[in-house]
Design a protein around this ligand. Sequence first.
Ligand code: SDX
Length: 452
Amino acid sequence: MSKDTLTITDNRTGEVYEVPIHYPTYPKYAAYIDAAAIRQIQVSDDDFGLLTYDPGYGNTASCKSSVAFVDGDKGILNYRGYGITDLATNCTFLEVAYLLLNGELPTESEMGDWRETVRMHTLLHENFKEMLKGFHYNAHPMGMLVGIVGALGTFYPNSKACFDEEVRCRHIMRIIAKIPTIAAYCYRHTRGLPYVEPDNSLTYSGNFLRMMFKHPGVKYEVDPAIVRALMVLFILHADHEQNCSTSVMRSVGSSLSDPYSSVAGAATALYGVRHGGANEAVIRMLTEIGTKDRIPEFIEGVKSGEKGRLMGFGHRVYKNFDPRATIIKNMASEVFEATGVNPLLEIALELERIALEDEYFISRKLYPNVDFYSGIIYQSIGFPTDMFPVLFAIGRAAGWLSQWQEMLNDPDFRIVRPRQAYIGYDKRDFVPMSERKPSGTEPACQGESSDD
Ligand code: SDX
């Protein structure tokens, strides 16, 4: 009769341990054991016990969550049980944000209340226009967004009351409402353009496009095809389990920092080229390749390591197609009807075709991810490449806040504090400076020597 336990024999001592196997409600495949259960495996009473070593947490469940579910082998992404294709086809972004935050799709009246509440909080305090002046004209908008979102928390000192549900919901809504305004203002600052105040008669995406691209003295007409495409992109980027930036959101939030500081921290992680910065890097890569005939040479450069990684390819979880990449690729033609075809698409399609036939990528199960095609669409709409991670952050803010809220409501909630496998020196005797000799190794970071 099988039992839901592991029997572990410590061959150092002959001791046998029985460790329970736990199953989440769904899916069965992600069964787990409590890491704390193996701390009991000791060789003596004063032995610390066993830890698990898992760099990048590639096989560690950091939490229990019901917000999003990814099956990397089957290329499945669900938000609160609903398939990403159904949501991208039938919902608005605010509808999906409501689903992620509340666990259920809103009724008509719930959606009306939610939309109106968000609309009433899109405005930014005038001081932020002064604050933006402090940034250099060519500051990266993602770096500006990180600074402004973090600073926003100083305007709401009561937002540290993370366990007060009413306060928490008000600030969640404020962040979702204001992040497009912040994003647009950061862009306008880099172009020396006047800020465009939110127009609450427009949709979430339409309002953002107008704040981004309206020129003084010219009426801005939102193009429904572009609005729809941007809304779908926000939906596709809204959440993705415990990715790097969401893990930072949970980690910073676990110290009971305010949600603005936690979102700023998460955005800092998303800024990295291996995470949310990849869509910007894809465009730079496609531009560098330039023409289809130079793709084979570039691919060889990636395989040799000379060209770095094929940006927009590979994923920690998806070992099959990222369903989001498929949706974005299929949506490209609708956008190009409104904007004209982006010449980089042809290079991207050929690069994908060649890579998917190459053993290096096949053996490593490297497929296009969400970032491979999104940048081509963003660029065609008129966004500069340095705005791409900012666009990712607008969508993902809903996921970060949903995961943060779920963490605060989790009975297992505790401050994040992982352990380590210590590989440094054992205790050493102190050496006065006068007796120290050069270590013989290059110092990792050394002050500039006097003759520099
Ligand atoms: C996002 O986690 C999420 O959910 C993220 C995200 C989300 O919605 O939040 O989906 C968004 O971040 C998408 C990923 C965007 N990043 C990129 O496109 C950058 C390029 N991709 C890689 O850097 C990489 O694939 C990662 C970071 C995405 C995943 O890295 P892993 O899982 O840690 O894989 P790895 O670094 O251990 O690589 C395994 C092997 C290595 O080769 P070997 O050492 O075995 O020889 O695959 C190689 C890597 O060198 N490899 C690549 C590659 N990605 C991995 N080789 C060439 N090109 C690539 N893109």
